[in-house]
Design a protein around this ligand. Structure first.
Ligand code: IPD
Ligand code: CA
Ligand code: CA
Length: 265
């Protein structure tokens, strides 16, 4: 299978979606999906373009997008797309947002693109082929102590209703690290572990489209990705921990300090 031909079209699609999103900044009509979750016209236009381009180029593939577009669900190759990851940032003029495109085969991502046009950053990876930022190979950091680490997380939209809302985990980790951040695009958070800016990223209840592409990019850059107990991720993941590998054990120990957390959740 020639993964490069899928990567080429995925990258061109992400570029075109990025142009739509850049051109609609500050103008896109905002709707509320739930009390805290937004969707803009730009999300929908980007989704439409991604679906059109990817499935026209590869009619054998299926497609699942965050904004409800789905086709050919039984296909062996599935595109998993977040047409705009970081909608809240986008709507507030904050540049940390991205288009996230993954191609999955048998539940595993084999091609990934995370494109952040307002930052001038495009991350790509193919399974077994390493990961890159704007064409240059990337690698996780070599920091091996949590006290020297800068880490990042996110909070689920149902944080008001679900008591497992990451606030206790946040407190446990915040007291052990050099710095802690919340940037608002899970896809980019994973890439930023891959490029060595963060030593660790964790989050609860991510959707497949939030993490499918970033997962491969981080992994191909040398990251270790597990659930909070060091085991394999559920699909979709209930909890995900991505680190440079060197601070993984310390991060698991810190997350386990949340008194309300049960390891099998
Ligand atoms: C969200 C972002 C955010 C994460 C949320 C996601 P959206 O995606 O990735 O960083 O904390 O869990 O839902 O709604 O901006 O596409
Ligand atoms: Ca998302
Ligand atoms: Ca989204």
């Amino acid at each position: 299978m020639d993964v490069q031909k899928y990567l080429k079209i995925a990258k061109e699609t992400a570029d075109a979606a990025g142009e739509i999103l850049m051109s609609q900044r500050g103008t896109a009509g905002i709707e509320h999906k739930s009390r805290l979750e937004l969707v803009t016209q730009a999300d929908k236009d980007s989704e439409h373009l991604c679906h059109e381009r990817l499935t026209t180029a590869f009619p054998e593939t299926g497609y699942l997008g965050e904004e409800g577009t789905s086709s050919n669900p039984g296909a062996e190759l599935q595109w998993i797309v977040d047409p705009l990851d970081g909608t809240n940032n986008y709507a507030h003029g904050i540049p940390n947002w991205s288009v996230s495109i993954a191609l999955r085969k048998g539940g595993e991502t084999i091609v990934a693109v995370v494109h952040a046009p307002a930052l001038g950053e495009t991350y790509t990876a193919v399974q077994g082929g390493g990961a890159s930022l704007n064409g240059e190979a990337i690698c996780v950091s070599t920091i091996d102590k949590l006290v020297r680490s800068v880490v990042v997380t996110g909070f689920p939209y149902d944080r008001g209703e679900n008591p497992q809302n990451n606030l206790d985990h946040f407190k446990a980790v915040a007291l052990k690290v050099q710095g802690i951040r919340r940037f608002g695009s899970a896809a980019l958070d994973l890439c930023w572990v891959g490029v060595g800016r963060f030593e660790a990223f964790w989050e609860l209840r991510l959707a497949p489209w939030d993490m499918a592409a970033g997962w491969l990019i981080a992994k191909e850059a040398g990251a270790r990705i597990t659930n909070f107990s060091g085991g394999p991720l559920a699909d979709p993941p209930t909890h995900l921990l991505c680190t440079n590998g060197l601070v993984h054990d310390e991060m698991m120990a810190a997350l386990a300090e949340n008194p309300a957390w049960k390891a099998d959740e």
